[in-house]
Design a protein around this ligand. Sequence first.
Ligand code: PLP
Length: 392
Amino acid sequence: MLSRRTSWDLAGNRLAARLDEARASGRPLLDLAESNPTRVGLAWPAEVLAAAFADPRLPVYEPSPRGLPEARAAVAAYLAGRGHAVDPERILLTASTSEAYALLLQLLCDPGDEILVPAPSYPLLDVLADLQSVRLGRYPLRYDGEWRVDVAALEAAVTPRTRAILVVSPSNPTGAVLSAGELDAIDRLCDARELALIGDEVFADTALGPAAGVLEARRALAFHLSGLSKTCGLPQVKAGWIAATGPAARLGPALERLEVVADAYLSVSGPAQLALPRLLAEREQRFLGPLRARLATNRAALGALAGAPLDALASAGGWSAVLRVGQTLDEEALCLALLDDGVAVQPGFFYDFERSGYLVLSLLPPPARFAEGVARIVAGVRRAAGAPADPE
Ligand SMILES: Cc1ncc(COP(=O)(O)O)c(C=O)c1O
């Protein structure tokens, strides 16, 4: 009676169930899997949000498939600040980045078509693709002291059913950022094979150095995705956007159809659209400034790993860190043992790493909790690896 596209195994895995249990138990937990910015001391003051939402136009419904012009203008100003000049006519508001994916998959793919996504990458993509009856093909990011796209492997992964290539920059969980050379190669590939380029750039404001953005593509039809969830730390507001670029012959029809798709749902709330310009205007003070300080402090705490039987992979941005714990350790067993020690972390296999031996940590928790959690992880890895405990 129910669709094949929703025929997931909902039993959940042991680890996710144990994590839910640990969170619900009320026992002290150093939650280094917490990725919700509103739960780690980075929430906006309630009165600031209330002021941003106070608007005399609140009682009136003004349906607008692409989004209110002033909200789109605010997104264009945000993008201009990042060095991308985008006409607000090429911007479309969505309820979230996840919804933006859904709209783009509906625009670009027929059932059974495929998009290529990086591996490692974050697990929500599988569900988003299933929901549109789209398949995910993987192309590898490789680590050699920094993460790089394996462009040859990406080219080889394109099939006659491929409709788009996704880049996530900075990437979740690796922190990989797209270089100008990688963008150029992918732009050319998309152009030659008539593929769209989708850039999930929700973490762009936390890039630690130069990062190319898909709006700099010269040839392909390209879509930048982001939203208030990560640019402002306001996932609860439910406002995101798509900004498109490309040759007129490709871009015009795509935008026209995207507007019809958006018009079918009109899912972005009016209050969120009215508040968006004020929220974006205050993002540095209310969120990004404190966030960057938090990320830097927690990254520095990973320096304490020197000499431990694990190390942190170099990251160029984002909200998470990847620890390499050694291929012989069972990730799930290690995460379960750490949970018994009162620390929650995620195993690499949640994120589709090429091989085992990784842990993924959120860099969001308050620094004292983060540092204590890392110390317990080091002790847990030593124990699991049979190494003598650190005398300190
Ligand atoms: C890379 C990436 N893109 C998109 C999202 C989803 O963002 P939104 O809350 O706007 O749907 C996430 C959430 O963790 C993410 O990590």
